[in-house]
Design a protein around this ligand. Structure first.
Ligand SMILES: [Zn+2]
Length: 89
């Protein structure tokens, strides 16, 4: 007997949706002002390099499209299986 893992695909949000999402969560202006950084490598997040938005308890974390960060994110999510990563906000 084994547990069947419910693996969610980690997709890049379409850019139009992305801007909507960023506006909805109040980070669009911050992103334009280069005030948003990657959770893992501290690079400035832009519309070009944003990979994922990670809802936290009271804020949002952002992950850039650096392959190392994407790998770290996947491991991070595996370790925190209770985290609800909803990229289809
Ligand atoms: Zn990064």
């Amino acid at each position: 007997m084994y547990m069947e893992l419910d693996k969610k695909d980690i997709d890049v949000i379409h850019e139009d949706d992305l801007i909507d999402v960023l506006k909805k969560i109040g980070f669009y202006d911050k992103l334009l002002e280069n005030k948003v950084i990657c959770k893992f490598c501290n690079s400035t997040i832009t519309l070009e390099n944003i990979h994922s938005i990670l809802p936290q308890s009271d804020t949002f974390s952002f992950i850039c499209d650096n392959p190392t960060c994407i790998e770290t994110l996947i491991k991070y999510l595996d370790n925190k299986s209770s985290t609800n990563l909803d990229l289809n906000i």
